[in-house]
Design a protein around this ligand. Structure first.
Ligand code: PMM
Length: 298
């Protein structure tokens, strides 16, 4: 195995802050993660990037649009989705990761499997984005610890085929915080450095529409855990619910960009989006707005 630790420098915010420092909403824009799905069945882009060459070309476009990180995934997590075979997942993501990382792009791999995570790190990925926070594969946390990769722990209660039945909460913001706090303890106990962790509220994963809005409106509750927060609202159903019934999925990009801005203002460290161009432009407006605000006070 290659020594991933030496290549995995701290994930820095654009302004030079480290991953442990949440975006302060005053000047630095959050990390923009561009989604590169190498799947035939992802809900949000209909598997348009299934072919490796097409996925690589799409990733390069996202970087040109301003993506800081490319999040490469080979398994759809849309509600009701069936699991992909482990070998097939590796076959889909590794060539794409190798090519993009080889061009000096910071690559994350979106996987719940330790074997895929390891293969991706060996191919140059610096970040493992695990929507199950280690719950789907007991080997994940020790493997991530061994590689020294950064790790996104997303709030998760069960696989996509049954997650819609797992959306019962007392206080959704406090419950998500507490369940993620337990995952942080387990991940650190397995050897992952605390400063390598990034948390994600898992919008749409065992959450109903209004629960997603509570999580966004109360991001400060999750911020109590003192780790960077990644928000993945892009093109999700709860945004579609704001649009006319017949609106195509791409029309969710404008609401996504607005959520990116509001998340940044609420202290999110990063946003994971399909339409990188729209979100970076929206975040540039926020940056200009904030610089105007600072000017008023000097
Ligand atoms: N959402 C999807 C997939 N991976 N990863 C993180 N960290 N957070 C998310 O909200 C998230 C994710 C949903 O599927 P998509 O790839 O089609 O957007």
């Amino acid at each position: 195995m290659t020594d991933a630790r030496s290549s995995a420098e701290p994930v820095e915010a654009n302004g030079g802050g480290t991953a442990a420092a949440p975006f302060d909403g005053l000047g630095e824009r959050p990390q923009v993660w561009g989604v590169v799905n190498v799947t035939p069945d992802s809900f949000s882009d209909g598997g348009r990037w299934f072919d490796a060459d097409a996925a690589i070309a799409h990733g390069l476009e996202l970087v040109a649009d301003g993506a800081d990180v490319l999040d490469v995934g080979g398994e759809s997590t849309r509600p009701g989705a069936a699991r992909v075979e482990p070998d097939e997942e590796v076959r889909r993501v590794v060539p794409v990761v190798r090519e993009l990382a080889g061009r000096g792009i910071r690559v994350s791999v979106d996987t719940m499997r330790a074997a895929t995570a390891l293969a991706a790190v060996e191919a140059g990925a610096e970040i493992i984005n695990d929507v199950s926070a280690g719950l789907a594969d007991a080997a994940m946390a020790p493997i991530v610890a061994e590689t020294g990769a950064h790790y996104v722990a997303m709030h998760w209660r069960g696989h996509s085929d049954r997650m819609d039945s797992l959306a019962e909460y007392g206080d959704v913001a406090a419950d998500v915080r507490d369940e993620l706090a337990a995952r942080v303890d387990a991940l650190v106990a397995a050897g992952i450095a605390h400063e390598r962790l990034i948390l994600d509220p898992g919008l749409g994963f065992a959450k109903r529409g209004e629960q997603n809005w509570v999580l966004l409106g109360r991001l400060d509750v999750l911020a109590e855990l003192g780790l960077p927060i990644l928000v993945g609202a892009s093109r999700k159903r709860f945004l579609g619910a704001l649009l006319p019934d017949d609106a195509p999925v791409a029309e969710r990009d404008l609401p996504t960009a607005v959520v990116s801005v509001l998340s940044a203002q609420a202290g999110a460290w990063g946003v994971r989006v399909h339409d990188v161009r729209g979100t970076t432009r929206a975040l540039d407006v926020l940056g200009a707005w904030q610089s105007g605000r600072r000017g008023q006070h000097t």
